[in-house]
Ligand binder design. Sequence first.
Ligand code: AMP
Length: 553
Amino acid sequence: MVTFDELGLDEKLVQATSDLGYVNPTTIQEKAIPVLLSGTKDFIGLAQTGTGKTAAFGLPLLQLTDPSRKLPMSLVVCPTRELCMQIVNELELFKKHLKGVNVVAVYGGTSIGAQIRDIKRGVQIVVATPGRLIDLIERKAIQLEEIEYVVLDEADEMLNMGFQEDIEFILKNTPKRESTWLFSATMPPEIRKVSKRYMKEPIEVTVGKVNEANKSIDHQYYVTAAHHRYETLKRLIDFNPGIYGIIFTRTKADAQEVAEKLTREGYDIDALHGDLTQGQRDKVMGQFRDKSLQLLIATDVAARGIDVQGITHVINYELPDDVEVYTHRSGRTGRAGLTGICLSIVHSREIYKLRQIEKIVQNQFHKLEIPTGKDVCRKQFYFFMDKLLKVDISHGDYQTYVPMLQEKFADVTKEEILTRLAAMEFDRFLRYYENAGDLNVREDKRNARAGDKDQGRSRGKQDGGGRKNYSVDGNYKRLFVNLGTKDGFYKASFLQFILDMSDLRKDVLGRIDMKEMNSWVEVDASAATQMIKNIDGKNYRGRRIRMNDADSR
Ligand code: AMP
C-alpha cells in the first residue's frame, strides 16, 4: 500500500495526516495528489462524497501556496455553507505545521464585514460559496487577479442548485488561473460543457464507477402502504436502538411534520430545512454532530454538503424523484471505510424506481420485512441488556452500597429483578407494540386489492391504453390538471404546489403523470373533492387552472 510520504508531499503535511490518524491515502488521494502537485494541470476527479476528496485537493493546494503572498492565489468554490466550513476546518488541520498560510471561509447568511476584514488582512486560500463570492467581487472587496488555482468541489451539486452562471462568472474572472481542479460525484453533460470551455486537456480520474454508490452501503427497502409510512418509519427506528441517522423527505413540510410528531413521541430528532435561520441551522447541526441528537430529518437541499462521521443509517422516508439524488443521500453513510445502511420506505408502485436506482448504484437492493411489534420489543430488550452487561462498574464506590442492596433484595429472584428493570425501561414499547399490526404490503394482499379495483374500474372508465389508473394501495381518483412541464414544473415542485394549494398531506397522492401542457394526478378518493375545490378555477401565472375528475369527462 502507498503511504502519504510516497506521494511527493512535504513532510509537514505528511505529519499532519498522521496526526489526524490517516494511515494510508484513499484511492482518490493516491491518484490525485501526485498529479495536482505539478501545479500546472487541469484535473477532473469523479468521486463520491466521503472518499477523502478534501485532502486530495487540500494537501496539494497547501503545498503549492506561497505564504509571502498577500493576495489570494487559490480559490475553492463549493455549494454550501456547511461544506465551506468543513473544508476550512480540514485545511486548518492539514496546515497546522506550516507557517504563514492563511485560509478564509466566505459564505452567505453571516456578516460580510468580518469576511471582508479577514480578506484584507491577507490570505492565500479562499474557500467560498458562489453567491457570497460574487457579492464580494461586485463590492470589489476581493481580488481574483492573482488566483492561480481554482477548485470546484461538488460541481454537480453546484449545478443542481443553479450556480452554473455564477461558476462561469468566477472562472472568467480569474485571468491568471493556471489550473482548474473539478471534483464531482456525477458527470452530467453541463459539467462536461464547463470543463470543455474552461479547462485544458484535463487529467480525469474516476474512483469507483461514476454515479456508483458506495459498496460499503447495504441498500434495503421495506414495502408498505402510503398511509403507513410514518408508522413504518417509527418501527424501523425502534428496531435499530443504536441508530445515528439522517432521514430524508422530499418536502420541508414533511420534514417538519415528521420531526414534530416524533419529538412529541419522545424521539431525539430535529429537522433541517430551508426555513431555519443560519443560527438555528448551526445549532441543530452542532447537536447532531455531538450526538445529543440521534436523528436528523432533512430535505435534500437542506442536507447538501453535510459531512458527519459515523452515520449508521440513512432513511429514505420517501424516495427522491431524481434517482441520482439517491446516491447523494446514501453517500452520507458508509464513509471513510465504515459500513452503513440505507433504508428506503416504499409503496408497491415505487418498486420500479428501485430497479432504476439499482442500475445507477450498481448494487442490489435487499427487500426486508417490516419487523413485527414483537421483533421490535425483543431487539430493544437485547440492546438494553447488552448495555447493562457492558456498563463500566470499575469506577465508583459501589461496594459501599451493594451489600445494602443485597439485603434489600434478598428475597427477590434474579428473574424478578430483570423483569422489573425491563418494565421500567420498556413500558412504553410494550404498550405501544402490544397490538401492533403488520405493516408489510404482501403480494397476496396487493393482488386481492388490485382485483377489487379492477372490478370498481370496470364500472367506471379506463384510460386509452387500458393501464391500471388506480393505485394498488387505496381507492384513488385520477384528476386532470391543465398545468405541465411547460409551466416550469417538474414532478417534485408540482407535487408541492398542488399540496400547498389544496392544503392536503402527501399521503393522499398516488402517481403523477406530467406532460408538457397537462398532468394527471392520482388522489385518494376521499381527498379528491377538496383538491378540486381548492385548485380548480385558481390562477397560476395569470392563467386559470382547470382541475377535474379525469375519468368523468
Ligand atoms: P471527504 O470525502 O474529504 O469529505 O472525507 C471524508 C472523511 O474521511 C473525512 O472525515 C476525512 O477526515 C476522512 N479521511 C480523509 N482521508 C482519509 C484517509 N486517508 N484516511 C482516513 N480517513 C480519511
